[in-house]
Design a protein around this ligand. Structure first.
Ligand code: A2P
Length: 286
């Protein structure tokens, strides 16, 4: 299995299984993902699927050390003692005694949150302790832009190893990706398919035809070639397999550049400093 390596030498399977709303698929969706070859699962307390995920992982009989499990602290689980307790709750629900990666889900509780930095720094210090005592093998953040990361980098003892961002053709947040890569922070892509909203884009179909690949596979390969770890999700067994079959071809530099240059499309409407944008059904901004 292809892996990427974090700054502390922890290896991460290069394509993870995104689980947001995946439990709305058939029972056994996570078992199906395991049968399809996924060993890296990305969940969060907010997704309310940790218990089901844990149950299905355990029922598979696959050894814990073969798996890479990520969870995240929600906005109301921030603060020193709170985040430690939240990590323990996630472990309990997942039925394991350590996590491979634990993230702060969002920097702010709300767009007008003025105390966010104090809370992030306090939470981070607690996560550093959890990292040192082995409850978690790596720690990181999610939805942090450079201006959120800079004060954290200035004051931390252990740098975040991962930052999870919305990343797909049409919304690559390139300055944030480059900033993270400069500091050795691995960027993981949430919604690497733009929740399916970008798959009709003509360029993806055109490039896909050259390689006999689907638009979804082009999105996933694109993330990998940008040094970004994709976390696609699917409730469909065939698409689960398809989304991992991305290691037998390469995009050219020109194709990557063309994909990086697409105009904005498929954005979720989520931004750490702004109220959620209401999107038109086609994915265009309101
Ligand atoms: P489904 O679960 O029916 O496969 P993202 O990972 O960007 O959040 O996108 C998830 C969405 O993309 C889901 O609606 C999922 O639907 C769809 N999807 C996942 N994989 C593929 C694929 N290979 N082809 C088309 N749609 C896909």
């Amino acid at each position: 299995m292809q892996t990427m390596v974090l700054t502390n030498n922890v290896s991460v399977p290069s394509v993870g299984f995104g689980t947001f709303r995946a439990q709305q698929g058939a029972d056994g969706v996570f078992l199906q993902a395991l049968f399809s070859g996924y060993r890296h699962f990305d969940t969060a307390s907010f997704y309310e699927n940790e218990t089901q995920l844990g149950r299905e992982l355990i029922s598979s009989g696959i050894a814990r050390k073969e798996l890479f499990l990520t969870s995240k602290a929600w906005r109301d689980e921030m603060g020193g003692p709170q985040i430690k307790a939240a990590l323990e709750r996630s472990c309990q629900r997942l039925g394991c005694d350590y996590l491979d990666l634990y993230l702060i889900h969002w920097p702010k509780q709300s767009p007008t949150d003025e105390k966010w930095l104090e809370r992030v720094l306090e939470s981070w210090a607690a996560l550093e302790q959890c990292y040192r005592d082995g409850t978690v093998r790596a720690i990181g953040v999610s939805n942090f832009l450079p201006h959120h990361l800079k004060p954290l980098l200035r004051s931390c003892n252990v740098r975040p190893m991962v930052n999870q961002l919305e990343f797909h053709p049409g919304y690559v947040q390139w300055p944030a990706v480059r900033f993270c890569q400069h500091y050795g922070i691995l960027v993981e892509a949430w919604s690497p398919l733009g929740r399916g909203r970008v798959l009709q884009e003509e360029l993806l179909g055109r490039i896909g035809k050259r390689y006999g690949k689907t638009p979804a596979q082009i999105c996933i390969r694109f993330a990998l070639q940008c040094g970004v770890l994709p976390l696609p999700k699917s409730c469909d067994a065939q698409r689960m397999v398809q989304n991992r079959a991305v290691f037998d071809f390469s995009l050219t530099e020109e194709e990557v550049s063309e994909l990086l240059s697409l105009p904005q499309m498929g954005w979720s409407g989520e931004h750490p400093d702004r109220p959620r944008e209401v999107l038109q059904p086609c994915g265009k901004q309101a």
